[in-house]
Ligand binder design. Structure first.
Ligand code: IMP
Length: 177
């Protein structure tokens, strides 16, 4: 389906996003022992803006890792299959890991990644921070530990989230009415 930026409606503006992400970082700082390092795994490409904004406010020593995974093609719904483009992660024994993702929808992508990090990387503790929780679409048992916003069953773009590779650079969240 063809979409045009002029049909995009603002759902969450830039200042609301910044304030909520700062509050979420405060929750994360309060949850962890800030003297121990935390490995943050950013799920590319969608989490890139959220990851950059969130990590600026975190107080513990941080290691950054990046993976590329996708379950959406050029469509408004999940393909039902995880495509992995880069899952090069080190062993994470004795590490606390926080996965940072743009949105949890069916939960397929994160169910796969959480199991991978626990089983293959041997992390001692794996938690999940998401910018959006689309609870109504859930098919897998994935519960974010930290979530900035709930969103109902609409397709959103901006601040990292795309449609056909576009709109990731917007500093707000929009949706096509
Ligand atoms: P899941 O595996 O079904 O949970 O889908 C998660 C992935 O689907 C996210 O990382 C996004 O790439 C994509 N996704 C889900 N909902 C949306 C949306 O509303 N806008 C843009 N991408 C979305």
């Amino acid at each position: 389906m063809e979409k045009d930026i002029k049909d995009l409606k603002v759902l969450i503006d830039k200042d609301t996003l910044s304030a909520r992400i700062k509050a979420l970082a405060d929750e994360i700082n309060a949850f962890y022992d800030n003297s121990k390092s935390l490995t943050i795994v950013c799920v590319l490409k969608g989490a890139v803006m959220f990851f950059a904004e969130l990590t600026k406010h975190l107080k513990m020593p941080i290691k950054m890792e990046f993976v590329s995974l996708s379950s959406y093609g050029n469509d408004f719904k999940s393909s039902g299959e995880v495509k992995s483009f880069n899952l090069n992660l080190p062993k994470l024994e004795n590490e606390n890991v926080l996965i940072v993702e743009d949105i949890v929808d069916t939960g397929l992508t994160l169910d796969f990644l959480i199991k991978f990090i626990k089983v293959k990387c041997c992390a001692c503790d794996v938690r999940l921070a998401v910018l959006f929780d689309k609870k109504c679409a859930r098919k897998f048992d994935v519960q974010p530990d930290f979530s900035a916003f709930d969103v109902d069953d609409k397709f959103i773009v901006g601040f990292g989230l795309d449609y056909c590779g576009l709109y990731r650079n917007l500093d707000y969240i929009g949706w096509f009415e």
